[in-house]
Design a protein around this ligand. Structure first.
Ligand SMILES: [Zn+2]
Length: 410
């Protein structure tokens, strides 16, 4: 029977069309039909009038550090949350100590657990920052590359080889990053703001962007992660990308100093980042400062949200639930409105997809079927509940289902 689809999700709502109920069919991993007509599939799900949207993207997660808070204690987390320059630096030093104990085995188990915890919450795409330096060596990279291969097609992981302690400050880290890329890491990382001098920050940025060019990789940096207006590595990254012809291949994470820049400088920076085709990721729940996402979005610069940390030296909570991250972000995003909730929902879906350069992402016929079916009818309800989706679909296959567990006895 030619019209029998692989999967049909019946009776769902789509974003922006609250009054319509549609049926969505999947074939060969792609959305094959969306119609009010009855469709038949080998497997049929009842959406019960819930919202069907693309599944969630976590654009920035330190995947090698998840669940390590009990191993390291709360001193770093206390300091990092202040947002002050010297405290953020001290937090990185404290957090770094755990890497002396890095071993592929336990990192693999933790990384896998975090990705599966995310999958239950509808996260099918993750950009994972993985420490790659003289202290971490290649233990974390090996662990995460292993779990990436195991979960490919269920949770798709983009691995960033990340020299967390600097490249000049940590001589030899650059070689480890090169090795990690040669082993199959997807993206070249960097963190120039923690270098000791401006010249070192420049050398760090040059080295990593050139490495990315050599291997034809995107770049994802962690920049200006403290409330000090002298931190200017967001600008440095944008200028380097433009000079090296690597515009459109660069993402900046954190960029929290943006909040305290003088207005004229900020305006120039926005124009520069736009010219460089730069994207941003913010994770406001992990600290007291955050980048100016509304101004970036207004300039048509993509801004995604990241879980950033799960129970590690930088943030004590986190369930790898991007609806929860968006919910938390809403509290620092200015006066709530339905429009703002829609924007936050975009930041964990379409903007994340732009950061990760996911081809064919979105709810339309012909696109890849990475979908969630929620027990909510609107973005507002989805954020308010931030509950696990009823169904999670990855590459056209149902990969997670959640049923109600609480029964009230009145
Ligand atoms: Zn981070």
């Amino acid at each position: 029977m030619t019209d029998l689809y692989d999967l049909v999700v019946a009776d769902v709502r789509l974003r922006g069309r609250p009054d319509d109920r549609v049926n969505v069919a999947v074939r060969g991993g792609r959305i094959a039909a969306m119609t009010a007509d009855r469709l038949r599939g080998r497997r049929e799900l009842d959406g019960e009038g819930g919202l069907l949207t693309p599944s969630f993207v976590d654009a920035h997660l330190h995947l090698c550090k998840v669940y390590t808070l009990p191993m390291i204690g709360d001193e770093a987390v206390r300091r990092y949350a202040t947002g002050a320059m010297e405290q953020a630096g001290a937090a990185i030093e404290l957090a770094s100590a755990i890497k002396d104990r890095y071993a592929e085995g336990w990192i693999y188990a933790n990384a896998r657990r975090a990705l599966l915890e995310g999958l239950g919450h509808g996260v099918t795409h993750v950009q994972a920052f993985v420490d790659t330096d003289t202290r971490a060596r290649l233990e974390a990279i090996r662990a995460v590359l292993r779990v990436r291969e195991e979960l490919r097609g269920v949770v798709d992981v983009r691995v960033v080889a990340f020299p967390q302690d600097g490249v000049l400050r940590d001589p030899g880290a650059g070689t480890y990053v090169r090795d990690a890329i040669a082993m199959g890491a997807d993206v070249v990382g960097g963190i120039p703001w923690i270098e000791r001098t401006e010249a070192d920050a420049r050398a760090h940025t040059d080295q990593m962007v050139r490495l990315a060019k050599e291997f034809d990789r995107d770049v994802a940096f962690l920049v200006d992660d403290a409330g000090d207006p002298r931190l200017r590595t967001t600008e440095l990254l944008a200028r380097t990308a433009l000079r090296e012809g690597w515009g459109g291949r660069v993402t900046a994470c954190h960029a929290r100093a943006m909040r305290v820049y003088p207005e004229p400088y900020f305006r120039e920076l926005v124009a520069l980042c736009r010219r460089a085709g730069m994207a941003f990721v913010m994770d406001p729940h992990t600290g007291s400062l955050h980048l100016r996402f509304a101004d970036l979005l207004a300039a048509d610069i993509p801004v995604a949200l990241g879980q950033d940390d799960i129970a590690d030296a930088y943030y004590p909570y986190g369930r790898h639930n991007m609806l929860e991250v968006a919910f938390l972000a809403s509290h620092i995003a200015g006066p709530p409105s339905f429009a703002q909730m829609d924007t936050l929902y975009d930041m964990i879906t379409t903007h994340g997809a732009r950061v990760l350069r996911l081809p064919d992402y979105g709810v339309a016929v012909g696109r890849a079927a990475h979908l969630v079916v929620l027990r909510a009818e609107t973005a507002h309800e989805a954020l308010r509940n931030h509950a696990p989706p009823r169904y999670v679909i990855s590459h056209g296959r149902v990969v997670a289902e959640t049923t109600e567990a609480t029964r009230l006895s009145l």
